[in-house]
Design a protein around this ligand. Sequence first.
Ligand code: COI
Length: 355
Amino acid sequence: MKAYDIAPGVAAALEAFTVPQTLGFGLVNAPVMYSAEWANGSWGRGELLPYGPIALWPGARALHYAELVFEGLKAYRIGRPGPNLFRPLENCKRLAASAERLSMPTVPEGMFLEALDAVAGTLNRFVPGKSGHALYLRPFLFGTESGYMIRNSTTFRFMVIANPVEAYSAGAMRVAIERRDVRAPLGGVGFSKAAANYAASLRATSAAVARGYTVALWLDASEHRFIQELSGMNLFAVINGELHTPVLDGAILAGITRDSLITLARHLGYTVHERRIAIDELIVQLASGVCTELFACGTAAIVSPIGVLADVGGADHVPLRIGVVVAELREALLSIQERRAPDPFGWVREVPLPG
Ligand code: COI
């Protein structure tokens, strides 16, 4: 007997679904989802359901006080009969760290993996087979109790939804330095995947997009001097042939792709520095050619070159070379994720197909 239930509509939902030609990122909803509820201090049995709207009290804490944390990871199926995940236990640990920061209950490892396996395994035939494409899995956990007292909900829901996707951004990214808004201060929730971080990023991101840029680059909240991240992506600079990335200070998301790239780059012989990087120093190094490349990384983005770094007003474009280091690291990472290359670090986890 399965550890989770399968709702009656699942088979029909799978039957009715076809993957469209154009995927985008998060635009195509896969036909099934996983859901489990937490009440009276423990998790109930999980259920696989057809993808669709959920019932939620309009007063639910998640809607009013952002009592919501999430994760993002991909299932890959390149030239194989079944899908695989990449370091899913790191996502489980990070979801727990995010939940603990908001004093929410954590999702046990067994339930987290059960949910991923149920969704990715059931959707096997819809996992894109093209390199760079994948089935994006979005686990999330939120407070469902209704009420305005500013304290934790006593009921929660954990869900996993999925989307066949392309990479988050195509081509070289155009990054706008954000000098006014801040994403996260020290001591806040910046290290976690709390929905609130993404809410804080929306105004600057929308303004950047309206000005023709891809994303906003965040600076630290106290001095507005040091580079943080790109909301959904961490940043790397190639300086004198060595890699530099902002050190995890508690205000930056601890990206699993970031961590994997640091390990891989060192394995490939690069020196990697995790440190505070001042934006002014970086601009000077770009102008002088000491910094040859900038790139962003994340589960959604994989490893994406940055083609332009622009300052306020869009006037100070800093032209960059789209270099070779980014291409080397992207292929080194993606070929492990897609099981096209050996996995020396034991990062890949096969998804068992439902029997
Ligand atoms: C991911 O890479 O999984 C992310 O969470 C980025 C997302 C916000 C688009």
